[in-house]
Design a protein around this ligand. Structure first.
Ligand SMILES: [Zn+2]
Length: 324
């Protein structure tokens, strides 16, 4: 499900599965978002989307949740003007001291939260007819606390109702295993779960997570010294175990909304190690993987086949054989 409507998964093509466009880290319910007019956002981001399209990327999965700047009208405008498919999301982000959670998260039940997300799937987001393409949640590094457990449970319930897959910003493998336990309790198969930021786990932990049935997302590919080598080590270990079929890769690039010195609003590239956004995978990582014996089939698996399967709308019930 893209911001311009449903598409066949075969139309996804080369996909970056965890990226951002505009994010706003001011905090939930502090100011009305977006803080910039649609025309300003479109003018700023369109050149980057056109460049992405020229590099051969057909789909960008935008992982900015509501209350951290999700701007579906901007995404639709950019998708229509650039021709890049864009997916947006529903769900809440409980990492970083709950700064990005709206107040009702604390008082409502998992069922009530799930109902809000199901409503976006059924009726559209913020008064538009734009629907989410997946559920995006966020949790911290420790074993999940009661609020985190509640949003993961809400995500699982919303999944069973909608078939939207659940991508969770996850701080550690301890937290990831807690997520899998909750899904199990609710009756959701692990193939509905994408463990985001699995690069924070060791190779051994990544392999254990995959063996529990989920997807892992290694999504911080960047130009910083040592990063590419680290991702290559992860991918070599996963290839050796024949587990590339459950691995996703991306950059986690994007821009923060900032207030400039003159009081106007602008956008600043994340400082995660990429000076030029959305480019390190194709320019740095893939050429190295080719030299190390990764076949074109392996690369297509990581960038085309896996994202299509991972983000396909399908209900993954426990006990029902997954289509992987
Ligand atoms: Zn991200």
């Amino acid at each position: 499900m893209t911001v311009t409507g449903p598409k066949d998964i075969n139309q996804m093509g080369l996909t970056f599965e965890h990226e951002h466009i505009a994010t706003d880290f001011i905090g939930a319910e502090k100011v009305k978002q977006p803080q910039y007019p649609l025309s300003q956002g479109t003018a700023f981001f369109l050149t980057h989307l056109m460049k992405l399209k020229d590099s051969g990327v057909q789909t960008l999965i935008e992982c900015t949740p509501e209350y951290i700047g999700r701007d579906v009208k901007l995404l639709r405008e950019l998708s229509e003007q650039s021709g890049v498919n864009i997916l947006t999301n529903t769900g809440y982000y409980a990492a970083v001291d709950k700064k990005y959670l709206p107040k009702h998260t604390f008082s409502e039940t998992a069922e009530q939260l799930a109902a809000r997300w199901i409503d976006e799937w059924e009726n559209g987001i913020n008064g538009t007819d734009i629907k989410p393409g997946f559920i995006k949640l966020g949790v911290g590094k420790k074993s999940l606390d009661s609020i985190e457990q509640k949003i993961v449970r809400a995500g699982a319930l919303a999944h069973l109702n909608t078939g939207l897959k659940i991508a969770i910003h996850t701080g550690s493998s301890v937290a990831a295993n807690d997520e899998l336990d909750i899904l199990e309790e609710v009756g959701v198969d692990a193939c509905a779960l994408i463990v985001v930021h699995a690069q924070n786990a060791s190779s051994e932990e990544q392999i254990k997570l995959i063996k529990r049935g989920c997807w892992i997302s290694l999504d911080g590919v960047n130009q910083k010294p040592g990063t590419i080598a680290r991702y290559i080590d992860f991918l070599l270990a996963l290839k050796q175990e024949n587990l590339l079929g459950q691995v996703l890769i991306s950059h986690d690039d994007g821009w923060s909304v900032i207030q400039k010195e003159d009081g106007t609003i602008g956008f600043e590239l994340f400082n995660f190690g990429n000076l030029s956004p959305y480019s390190s995978i194709l320019e740095l990582l893939i050429p190295r993987l080719n030299v190390l014996g990764f076949t074109q089939e392996d690369i297509d698996q990581l960038l085309i086949k896996n994202p299509a399967k991972a983000f396909m709308i399908e209900v993954c019930e426990r006990g029902v054989k997954a289509k992987r």
